[in-house]
Design a protein around this ligand. Sequence first.
Ligand SMILES: [Zn+2]
Length: 86
Amino acid sequence: MEFNIIFWFCFYLLFFVLSVYLGKKKGNLIAGILLGYVLGPIGALLMYFSKDRRHVTCPSCQQLIEKNAYICPHCRSKVGIKVLHS
Ligand SMILES: [Zn+2]
């Protein structure tokens, strides 16, 4: 019985950490903490599919790049102007 509680606690904690990590990575840390804390595994899953606020896709090579990047590190094309259109 005691083993079960520890197992589920670790299981829950794992997804909580995962959710926080994903939130941090996507520039949405608070949402990651809240979702992971309230929903556990489902929250982590939602966080995984949530919109990435820190990265954008390069219009030339379709690679994920930093939102504030001026020049794409993959194809060296200028992407800074893109901000005006979005
Ligand atoms: Zn590129």
